[in-house]
Design a protein around this ligand. Sequence first.
Ligand code: FES
Length: 104
Amino acid sequence: MALLRVIDRDGTEHEVEGKTGMKVMETLRDLDYGVAAICGGMCSCATCHVYVDAAWLDRLPEMMSDERELLTELTHYADNSRLSCQIEFTPELDGLRVTIAPDE
Ligand code: FES
């Protein structure tokens, strides 16, 4: 089991089992306090926006230009913003901590 730590929009931290080999979004989408992920992972809706804990940022796959473009248009964009549909949850990411971003 690989652990995913999720801080919801109320600031409560949850520990959930992450689905390894799938996108982080696919775990978050199944949670009541998770993400909407309206486009289903096509990198076009940004409703899977999360903030990644600083300690984990460098361990994530590099951001592609389409992800960066979408994120930087958001009102709630921050330096540690990522689209969770663009992050594959590998066993190496066991313990990853993300915060669900506010609705746009
Ligand atoms: S699910 Fe739509 S951009 Fe990630």
